[in-house]
Design a protein around this ligand. Structure first.
Ligand SMILES: NC(=O)c1ccc[n+]([C@@H]2O[C@H](COP(=O)([O-])OP(=O)(O)OC[C@H]3O[C@@H](n4cnc5c(N)ncnc54)[C@H](O)[C@@H]3O)[C@@H](O)[C@H]2O)c1
Length: 422
């Protein structure tokens, strides 16, 4: 029996088309790994709960985990990122889904709890809400050993778990899949960069010649800065880390304090994982240029001060789905994307399938690794083994028909030795 609560079962045909497109662009997850999983069933008798953006790419991951023998449960990791057509197609394939676009905070946690009630053995989280809920409300799942280990997909979630670990309250073995090279150097940098471009294009806004401010110069934000510049925007970066700021300077970007950028910025985009990148004061709001577009791509809706902007606005007018015009008391208008939530996922379709292929190949192989090593995993922050990261890299290259050199024994010994010098 499939367990589910979704928006509209009649959208299944549309969802199948979306999955078909992703399937063909994700050869490592959908073909290579799945084929082996189908034969070997490494996830037999294992229940996996994913709190992820329920997009077509996540559907491909769910299919691969199921092919490996797992019972799969999915819920959304953001109230606005679920693709309702995809959920309708997935339940027809026996994947348990509790997710719909536009759920309230209460419904969001209800969906997480439905997945936890299935007594999962592996949690794959994106942002940390499911694993934190398991600690707070389902401690028996942890103390009984039902949960073998967990995987975290994004930077913000990893930061939350590092903080828990430091305090000694992280009670599960935790693999920060986000930190693998095959994840954050592609998904975060390329995916977010391209995602914001397609989200803003959807508003028919020209980047060329615009003053674009990018909050942060980390994995996601540097990708966004590069893509915006590639489209002809005049890009300014804001940072709090001196090294990142220097990297931005030497990459040719103007670097300024956020406050100084506000009067001229025509588009402001954040992806820092920090709150209040634009300080939430009326003084700052009044500095914003009339007509500025505000968008956030960081995990939570706190980088652009959404709540405070809503409170300050005298009128909030939806001008298209998930784009609002906020009119300030002085008549100034600003345009808020996606209610301050991940604009690339809410306004566009999220990351291109090609990059998600690597992220979800890692999640698939790490699920297998957890089952194989379940007796030796200890609670706390662990690392994705380098050989799994490398394997995904090699498989991706192979799927693209690209071969690379291999170290000879002599070369290997040279770069790992110290005797050979001048
Ligand atoms: N939208 C998406 O699809 C998507 C994809 C991956 C990650 N994320 C999220 O994006 C956020 C950033 O992830 P990342 O991997 O780029 O992290 P990162 O750590 O690589 O980069 C964050 C950068 O922001 C800077 N920063 C922090 N506070 C700042 C502030 N107040 N003002 C200016 N700069 C500040 C940091 O110094 C750092 O350089 C996280 O919340 C992550 O979960 C979103």
């Amino acid at each position: 029996m499939v367990n589910y609560k979704i928006a509209d079962e009649s959208l299944a045909e549309k969802g199948k088309e979306a999955l078909y497109i992703a399937e063909n662009k994700m050869p490592v997850t959908a073909k290579v790994i799945r084929k082996r999983f189908e034969k070997e069933k490494p996830l037999k008798n294992i229940t996996i709960a994913g709190c992820l953006h329920v997009t077509k790419e996540t559907g491909i991951l769910a299919r691969t985990l199921k092919a490996g023998g797992a019972e799969v449960y999915l819920c959304g990791s953001n109230p606005l990122s679920t693709q309702d057509d995809v959920t309708a197609a997935l339940i027809q394939e026996g994947i348990n889904v509790f997710a719909w676009h536009g759920n309230t905070d209460e419904e969001f946690y209800w969906c997480i709890k439905q997945c936890l009630k299935a007594k999962p053995n592996i949690l794959i989280d994106d942002g940390g809400d499911m694993i934190v809920t398991a600690h707070q409300e389902y401690p028996d799942l942890i103390s009984s050993g039902t949960i073998i280990a967990c995987q975290e997909e994004t930077t913000t979630g990893v930061k939350r778990f590092r903080a828990m670990d430091k305090k000694g309250v992280l009670k599960v073995p935790l693999f920060p899949v986000n930190d693998a090279r095959c994840k954050n150097q592609f998904d975060n940098e390329l995916g977010t960069g391209q995602g914001i471009v397609s989200a803003i294009y959807g508003m028919h806004v020209l980047f060329a010649g615009k003053n674009v401010v990018i909050g942060g110069y980390g994995h996601c934000s540097s990708g966004m800065a590069l893509r915006a510049r590639g489209l002809g925007a005049i890009v300014t970066v804001t940072e709090v880390d001196p090294i990142k700021a220097l990297q931005a300077v030497f990459a040719g970007f103007r670097v300024q304090k956020i406050e100084d950028t506000l009067p001229n910025a025509e588009i402001i985009l954040t992806a820092t994982g920090c709150k209040h990148v634009i300080p939430p004061t009326i003084e700052m709001f009044d500095k914003l240029k009339n007509g500025v577009i505000l968008g956030n791509l960081g995990h939570f809706d706190i980088e652009i001060p959404t709540k405070e902007l809503y409170e300050y606005a005298k009128e909030i007018k939806p001008i298209r789905q998930n784009v609002e015009e906020l009119i300030f008391p002085n008549g100034k208008k600003v345009y808020l994307l996606a209610k301050g939530r991940l604009a690339n996922l809410v306004l566009s379709e999220g990351h291109p399938s090609e990059v998600m292929d690597m992220s979800f190949a890692l999640q698939s192989l790490m699920s297998e690794y957890i089952v194989k090593n379940k007796d030796s995993l200890k609670p706390g922050m662990l690392e994705v083994p380098t050989d799994i990261d490398d394997k995904v890299g090699f498989l991706k290259l192979k799927s693209m028909g690209i071969e690379i050199d291999k170290l000879s024994e002599e070369q290997y010994n040279y770069i790992h030795g110290f005797l050979e010098g001048t």
